[in-house]
Design a protein. Structure first.
Lengths: 359, 359
């Protein structure tokens, strides 16, 4: 029997098993074979292993100190098959990413600062650098933390997940038209929009300008077919204005996204209320890339969003979404703008997983 | 942060977290509160804890060396609420019970024999003594084991789960009428049955005698409403014959159970094929109490079951059920008959669970 050290952590709204590469080396077996057996796959219940029988609980993150000068930690995400005898290495997971900085600090791979600690992480699935920032009062990770996020009823450590210099990655400029606001047609009239490219290209419209409050539920928006057609026409015109498509008909369904924004209710601690439309429907919360665009829009004078906000959003924006509050975060790191979202993570268990000699 | 030692084991078709009582003592908190927080409850996904979000994966077994002279280990089963802030201590779990003997041997609470080891366990939920027998070749638990059971696609250690002296617990006698076979009416004719009380009262009928092969699927039996009515009438008459009910109408739906038995296909390693009817429907496999009754019937000359079996069943019976093979086991322990089923168990992980200081 082999004993494989592993740590079980919640990252965002997922449960992730955290390994180090060295510990997954088993004579005569591939890493895929080892992960599948440890997780109890293939089996729809994963009843003989550590997998949870759902996609959000059949995940592994594998870490190593980075060989790159640009990063402290390299990490690789693995979606471990449940019914299928297959490990998918093709994409990163934004939830499990949040476990990397707390793990690296606890492991001593990064020296903790007296207030907070920045960890430079390299995701090897996507070759993307992500800056993570974690609170380390008095130079150490504290207790379980107090950060709440939508979808998780318990608090965790806040983990800032920041993208380096996200402006203009698709179009070459933060404001592809050169202006913080533009006019676009909506149902026969002109409305003011902000076209911004940060994290992803996003069209921002004040909800009031299209006859909405911005506080609507999914059912209240998704059932209004005519409204959705007008909003999609506006979104497609925006794609042309931003240089992403050459014609309205040629615009993709997924890019740009459309954000409807409004002032929060009095007393709400949110800076802004957001309803994001994605693929023609209301998003239940907010994609992380969309939250980056909204944060940079809030921080630039003259945008539709900045005009609605009176609070100081230089370090991040608190957004009310249908699922609850989403907090973003930004800083200047070595002269480079970093913008991202705040997630939460918690170490659930330190373990040794038992792998049979043969299977 | 508290670190709570725990072992994750599969027992039968469940995943069970195994604790020792001492380790669950946390100042200012009840054991219920500690278990609920460790499991991540209440939350339908248990995403911030070790629970799996299903009833078969939100279970704890708590052990201690026994204070009783009759047992080596006392164990208490806890069904930990998922959505509900509630721990249910009201019943035992036959699946999680199978982890007790392997844990006690690994922990050194019981000296291992050179071939196998018997562990006397006391379940405190039900105050029931259960004898468990585990293979210990050369005086130790081996690797993960090779025992397969229905519902689990991986092998585990075989664990015999035996009930002491199970005969006559409901009616006072193994054969309540004094005879190994009786005649009962079925659809206007007489059929031969065995009425037996061991583990639970069971009526055993040869499938052929009621126009079936005994190899039917659930759909093939559950859709034959008229057949089910005739079988239930026979079962109710049996209740009267066994002295469990005073009239056909007064018989309970659950007691006695009805077992249809048949010879296996040529080449099948099973001794017998069984279709158990429970609450008017085909049981997907076999309740452990039903398997005890069938085993004792197989071991007594003249019963419907013994007449169908030519192999030696003195140490147990291999039964083919709709879900696969179920193996039973029996022995004489200190002069007392012990009969039970073989389950399987596997140690999945040794862990320390992290409990926040406050929550």
């Amino acid at each position: 029997m082999f004993r494989i050290p592993a740590t079980w952590m919640r990252g965002g709204t997922s449960k992730c098993w955290v390994f180090e590469w060295d510990h997954l080396q088993v004579p005569g077996k591939t890493v895929d074979e080892v992960l599948l057996r440890l997780f109890g796959s293939p089996d729809h219940r994963q009843i003989d292993g550590v997998g949870g029988g759902t996609s959000t609980t059949s995940k592994a993150v594998i870490l190593a100190r980075s060989l790159s000068e640009d990063a402290d930690v390299d990490y690789t995400f693995a979606q471990v098959g449940i019914d299928e005898q297959r490990v998918d290495w093709g994409s990163n997971c934004g939830n499990c990413s949040a476990v990397v900085a707390p793990y690296a600090i606890e492991r001593g791979w990064v020296d903790a600062g007296q207030e907070s600690t920045a960890v430079r992480t390299l995701n090897t699935n996507t070759n993307q650098l992500i800056l993570q920032r974690v609170d380390t009062p008095h130079g150490a990770l504290g207790d379980a933390g107090t950060q709440m996020i939508p979808g998780v009823p318990f608090p965790g450590m806040p983990v800032g997940m920041g993208f380096f210099d996200p402006a203009g990655r698709t179009t070459g400029a933060l404001f592809p038209t050169g202006e913080p606001v533009e006019k676009l047609g909506f149902d026969g009239r002109q409305v003011t929009v902000t076209l911004i490219d940060a994290g992803a290209p996003v069209v921002i419209v004040e909800a009031d300008a299209v006859g909405l409050t911005g506080h609507e539920t999914a059912a209240e928006i998704d059932t209004r077919k005519e409204l959705l057609v007008h909003l999609d026409d506006l979104r497609r015109d925006a794609a042309v204005q931003m240089g992403i498509a050459t014609s309205r008909a040629g615009a993709e369904r997924a890019i740009p996204k459309l954000a409807l924004v409004a002032r929060p209710e009095p007393g709400d601690k949110a800076d802004i209320v957001v309803r994001m439309l994605s693929m023609g429907r209301l998003h239940p919360a907010l994609a992380i890339t969309g939250s980056v665009a909204l944060t940079m829009a809030a921080q630039h004078k003259g945008t539709v969003l900045a005009n609605l906000i009176s609070s100081d959003v230089s370090a991040g924006v608190t957004m009310r979404t249908p699922a609850g509050l989403v907090q973003t975060w930004s800083e200047i790191n070595d002269g480079v703008t970093v913008v991202g979202a705040l997630r939460s993570a918690r170490r659930i268990a330190d373990a040794e997983l038992l792998l049979p000699d043969t299977w």
